[in-house]
Structures are given as structure tokens and as C-alpha cells.
Design a protein around this ligand. Structure first.
Ligand code: NAD
Length: 260
């Protein structure tokens, strides 16, 4: 892969998406980030990405739960930056509650952000990718695209859906130079997860190390968190020419979770 590519990563102001954006910049690509957060931090990230890749990075505050906003995003990107070569669907949220108490608005939000946005973004990039004869679509799913945990009905349903659309679109565009894959991490110590550790330790009267090992990593045989940067390396590999024959897969990076 020689040419500078345009890489759009949804939900990339934090955690896994941010690590992927930084990796794409290291590869010299023109990076488009998205998500919410502190505007000063986001501006600083755009400057950092631009300085790493030597290509102007961009930020769009598009709400991935809103199809019309997604449509507008791609209109703007196509007009002002160029067609997206690498699409990483990473934006995601979580909510945990028993099914009979699961708030309908939380179900709707999780399905919209974690699953339907994947449909809308893929729909928007496929024609330009077909035209250029090259494209990489990588959907950040989860171990929960393969197995379930109680109280996560919406998240598990959405992530199983992401695995399904990945396989379907991979088949549809297999002869167009476009690959479509999913990556399914186990527990990753993103700021979101890290924040829960002190409170859980206090609530359960155990140490923070015990929270990590016995609560968060109970399902993960390695007893180690997956690193955001390792997920980003897998994305980079899937973007490489060496991975041109890899399509329709769902790569687990879960410390053995789904081997059980
Ligand atoms: P995070 O909360 O650190 O980052 C989520 C990103 O999505 C942020 O940039 C946030 O602003 C953005 N976002 C949230 N709602 C959005 C919306 N409506 N529109 C646009 N952007 C929105 O989370 P993370 O842990 O880095 O998770 C990233 C992805 O990885 C998610 O899809 C998540 O399901 C998946 N994942 C995470 C883990 C984990 O343990 N952290 C494990 C498996 C899969």
C-alpha cells in the first residue's frame, strides 16, 4: 500500500478509536476523527495527528446515532477532503441492566450507535471505494459479537449484528478490491473501564488488583487487559496489501475469552 489514504475512524476522541487514529497517522494517512469530548483535547489531537502524518487531520462532531448527520458527514468529506479509503467503525456505548428493566431509550441508542451507524457509514463509502477499486472497512466489534454476558442484551445484540453485516458486505464486494472485517477485543483498559476500578474496589471491599483480576478479567484467561495499541496494530495489518485475501473475518483479540 503506497499511496496516502484517507482514513475515517468513528468514535476516535478516546480509547481504542484514538489509538487507531494515531496508528493511521503513523502510517502517513490523512486522518478524520469523530466523537465527543473536551474541545481543547480534540483540537490538540487533530494537531498531533497532523504533525505525525504530515497530512492535515480533520474532526467532525457527527452524532453516529443520527443517519441524517452521517449522510451530511460523508457529503462534506467527499466534497472537501476526498473519498474515504479506510473506514473504521469504532463508535460505541454500553449499558448494563436486566432485560425486564432495560430502558427502551438505551436499547435504541445502543442499536443506533453500535450497529445502525455501521450500516449507514458502509452504505456511504461503498460506491466511491468500488470506483477506486480499493477499500478497507474494519468494524470494531467485541467478544460480545461471539458470546453473551447477562444484562448486556442491547450491546450483545448490536455486536452480533456487526459480525453479521461484516460477513454480508464482505461477500457483496469481494471482487471489488474491498475487504470488510471485524475485530473483536476482550476487555481493553480504556479510560472508560479504568474509571470504574476504584469505585468497584471500594464498593466490594477488595483491592484494585482484585477488581481487575476477579471482576473485569474473570472471563479473560490471560488475566491481562488487551491494549488499545494492539487493536490498532491489527487494524493496520488489515489495511495492508498483505491482508488483501482476508475478508469477512472476525478477529478475536480477547486473551482467550472465546476459546472457552
Ligand atoms: P470509549 O468510551 O473510550 O470511546 C468511545 C468513542 O465513541 C468516544 O470517542 C466517544 O466520544 C464516541 N462516541 C460515543 N457515542 C457516540 C456517538 N453517538 N457518535 C459519535 N461518537 C460517539 O470506548 P472504547 O472502550 O474505546 O470503545 C470503542 C469501541 O470498542 C466500542 O465500539 C466498544 O464497543 C468496543 N469495545 C471496547 C472494549 C473495551 O473493553 N473497552 C471491548 C470490546 C469492544
Amino acid at each position: 500500500m503506497q499511496k496516502i489514504k484517507i482514513a475515517l475512524i468513528t468514535g476516535s476522541t478516546s480509547g481504542i478509536g484514538k489509538a487507531i487514529a494515531l496508528k493511521m497517522a503513523q502510517l502517513g494517512h490523512r486522518v478524520i476523527i469523530n466523537g465527543f469530548g473536551d474541545q481543547k483535547e480534540i483540537d490538540a489531537l487533530v494537531v498531533e495527528l497532523t504533525s505525525i502524518s504530515k497530512q492535515q487531520a480533520h474532526y467532525f462532531a457527527t452524532d453516529m446515532s443520527k443517519p441524517q448527520e452521517i449522510e451530511k458527514l460523508f457529503e462534506t468529506v467527499n466534497r472537501d477532503i476526498g473519498p474515504v479509503d479506510i473506514l473504521v467503525n469504532n463508535a460505541g456505548i454500553q449499558y448494563v441492566a436486566p432485560i425486564e428493566e432495560f430502558p427502551t431509550d438505551k436499547w435504541d441508542a445502543i442499536i443506533a450507535i453500535n450497529l445502525s451507524s455501521v450500516f449507514h457509514t458502509i452504505k456511504a463509502v461503498i460506491s466511491p471505494m468500488k470506483k477506486s477499486g480499493w477499500g478497507r472497512i474494519i468494524n470494531i466489534a467485541s467478544a460480545h459479537s461471539l458470546v453473551a454476558s447477562p444484562y448486556k442484551s442491547a450491546y450483545v445484540a448490536a455486536k452480533h449484528g456487526v459480525a453479521g453485516i461484516t460477513k454480508t458486505v464482505a461477500l457483496e464486494v469481494a471482487t471489488n478490491g474491498i475487504t470488510v472485517n471485524a475485530i473483536s477485543p476482550g476487555y481493553v483498559l480504556t479510560p472508560l473501564v479504568a474509571k470504574q476500578i476504584p469505585d468497584t474496589a471500594k464498593a466490594r471491599g477488595i483491592t484494585q488488583e482484585e477488581v481487575k483480576r476477579d471482576v473485569l478479567l474473570a472471563a479473560q484467561p490471560t488475566k491481562e487487559f488487551v491494549e488499545s495499541e494492539d487493536v490498532a496494530e491489527a487494524v493496520a495489518y488489515m489495511c495492508s496489501d498483505a491482508a488483501k485475501g482476508i475478508t469477512g473475518t472476525n478477529l478475536s483479540i480477547d486473551g482467550g475469552w472465546t476459546a472457552k
